[in-house]
Design a protein around this ligand. Structure first.
Ligand code: UTP
Length: 223
C-alpha cells in the first residue's frame, strides 16, 4: 500500500530522543510492506515563532512561512532519527517528495505553502501519490460530534462520509476558540478524491500500525 501519515507537530514535539527513535523504528517496520510518506507538523516551535512574529507586526503570510520552517525542522529531526531510511534533505515540494520515493521507502516532509496546515499537505500528497490510505495522527483519538473538551456529551464517530467531515470541519472553524481535528482544506481534498482516511491518536506510536491492520479505534472516513 501507499500510505501518507500526517503526524501532528504536537505529537512529535513531545518526544525525547528515545521517543523519536520509537516512531522511527515503527515507521521503518511499516515501510517493509508499504511505501510511506510522513508529513510532520510544526507543534510548539511553530506556535512560538508565529506568536512572536505576529507580535512584531509580521503579515499572516510571513507568519505562515515561519510555521513552514518549523514543520521542516521537525521533519528533518524525524528524518535524522530514521537514519538512511529517509532522505536527510527534506523535500520542499510534492514533485521532490514523489521523486525521493523512487529511492526511499519513507519520505518525510513538512509544509509547502502559506494559508494551510500540514493536514492539507498530507491530503494533497495523497492525491499526487495516489495513496491507498491517509492517516491523520493527531492529539485527539478521532472525530467527535462536538468539541469533547467543551461538551461532556460529545461522542466519538467511528465511521463517517467525507462530505460529512468537510461540512463539520467548516462549521467548527467558524466558532471562536474551538479547534478542528482536521484542517477544513484537508477535509475538502479528502472529499473530492475519496481518499480512505483515518483520524486517530498519534501520541500512541502503536496506533501507526493499527491504522494499517485495521485494529485502530479512531474515526474512519470513506468517500
Ligand atoms: P501545522 O500543520 O503544524 O499546524 O503547521 P497545526 O494546526 O499547528 O498542527 P499541530 O499543532 O502541529 O498538530 C503549523 C503552521 O505552519 C503554517 C501554518 O501557519 C500552520 O498553522 N503552515 C504549515 C503553512 O502555512 N503551510 C503549510 O503547508 C504548513
Amino acid at each position: 500500500m501507499i500510505v501518507v501519515y500526517s503526524l501532528g507537530g504536537s505529537v512529535l514535539a513531545a518526544q525525547d530522543s528515545a521517543g523519536l527513535k520509537r516512531y522511527a523504528e515503527t515507521l521503518k517496520m511499516i515501510s517493509r510492506d508499504n511505501q510511506l510518506y510522513v508529513v510532520v507538523g510544526g507543534g510548539a516551535i511553530a506556535r512560538d515563532f508565529i506568536g512572536r512574529a505576529r507580535g512584531v507586526g509580521a503579515s499572516e503570510a510571513l507568519c505562515d512561512s515561519l510555521g513552514i520552517l518549523a514543520t521542516r525542522m521537525n521533519a528533518a529531526l524525524l528524518a535524522a532519527a530514521l537514519g538512511g531510511s529517509a532522505p536527510f534533505r527534506v523535500p520542499e515540494s510534492y514533485d521532490d517528495a514523489l521523486e525521493a520515493s523512487k529511492t526511499y521507502r519513507i519520505v518525510v516532509m513538512g509544509g509547502v505553502s502559506p494559508g494551510q496546515t500540514t493536514d492539507a499537505v498530507a491530503a494533497l500528497l495523497a492525491e499526487y501519490a495516489r495513496a491507498d490510505l491517509l492517516v491523520i495522527a493527531t492529539s485527539v483519538n478521532g472525530v467527535y460530534t462536538s468539541d469533547p473538551e467543551k461538551d461532556p456529551g460529545a461522542v466519538k464517530i467511528p465511521r463517517m462520509k467525507a462530505g460529512e467531515l468537510a461540512r463539520m470541519m467548516s462549521q467548527i472553524q467558524l466558532k471562536a476558540g474551538s479547534r478542528s481535528p482536521v484542517d477544513p482544506l484537508a477535509a475538502k481534498i479528502i472529499e473530492r478524491s475519496h481518499i480512505p482516511t483515518i483520524v486517530l491518536d498519534g501520541r500512541n506510536v502503536a496506533n501507526l500500525i493499527r491504522a494499517i491492520d485495521g485494529t485502530h479505534d479512531g474515526t474512519e472516513i470513506r468517500g
